[in-house]
Design a protein around this ligand. Sequence first.
Ligand code: SF4
Length: 369
Amino acid sequence: MSRAEHAVSSRFAFDRAPRRVYWELTRACDLACRHCRAEAVPWRDPREFSPTEGRRFLDALTEFGRPAPHVVLTGGDPLKRPDLWELIDYGVGLGLPLSLAPSATEALTRDVIRRLKDSGLKAMSLSLDGSTQKLHDGIRQVGGCFSRTVEAALDTVAAGIPLQVNTLVTAENVEDVPDLHCLVGVIGATRWSLFFLVPMGRGRVLGQLTAARCEELLQWLVQVSRESRFVVTTTEAPHYRRVVLQRIRAERRNRGEACQSAIRQGFGLRDGNGIMFISHTGDVQPSGFLPLVAGNVRAASPVEIYREAEPFRRLRQPERFTGRCGRCEFREICGGSRARAYAASGDPYGEDPLCPYQPARRASADGGC
Ligand code: SF4
């Protein structure tokens, strides 16, 4: 790698610490959504962490140093763990920023949401895949889920907890996305994350977008993100950053302004590069959607696994990716969905088939003009 490439690469590499740690507290969940990544079941796995192991794991995360990674408590449904409150208290006491991704079940009452606010939680996320009961419940195949989700979302906003709404985008609901955008605004969420389907777990039953339709949607998203009162992000579609950057540059060219890189916070973040996932049994993966186990936190330090283990090290080296993503001038800020590359070809370092971009040449690695 040249010195210039190395300088750019370091700028977007999260070599020392992840920005976000997703901890799957349990796979137990009272819902049975047909596209569940975790293939959740109603009962808890006896191999889950004990409360003592949970606290020990939170202690180990502090060894990443400052700033501490943001820990997202996910599942299954984290509310299925009776020691959830104790773990939140403990993590908050350690100075770890914590968020919760609960399921919209009857357990998520207004009182529970108020208690979550009082516990010091930084944010909460809920999933909405359709703008109406018929669409959302039809996609999830769980009756009554839509109204419970909207009620819990309104209660979360009312309690003063910043709310992220997650939407799974598939061929089935793509035409409903503009209506969902309106609904997210009405609810008062602070963030909307569109998750682009990776065909794994029970998600294999759903239809994926074509690369061309995805590109159209991302172009639309750039436009509406400017008019929204909430932040719009994508999950497993990092080429949204390429679309944003291309749009900004085109506009500057049209205005006759100098074309400089417009780099935003979060650029470069992708599976294994700023993101780490811990399963309910302690297995460490680059993300929940990329099932490459790099170690287990029952046997090794999460810091050591994140910094030293393959595939983490290689996932932070986009110059070693293959196909279009390896040649792409946007590979540092984007790099493609490693989870989708793996699901499509078995090669986590291959190209992301959801992006139609044809790299022009090996320009400066941040896509500079
Ligand atoms: S080709 Fe790969 S690296 Fe380039 S923009 Fe598309 S997904 Fe990103």
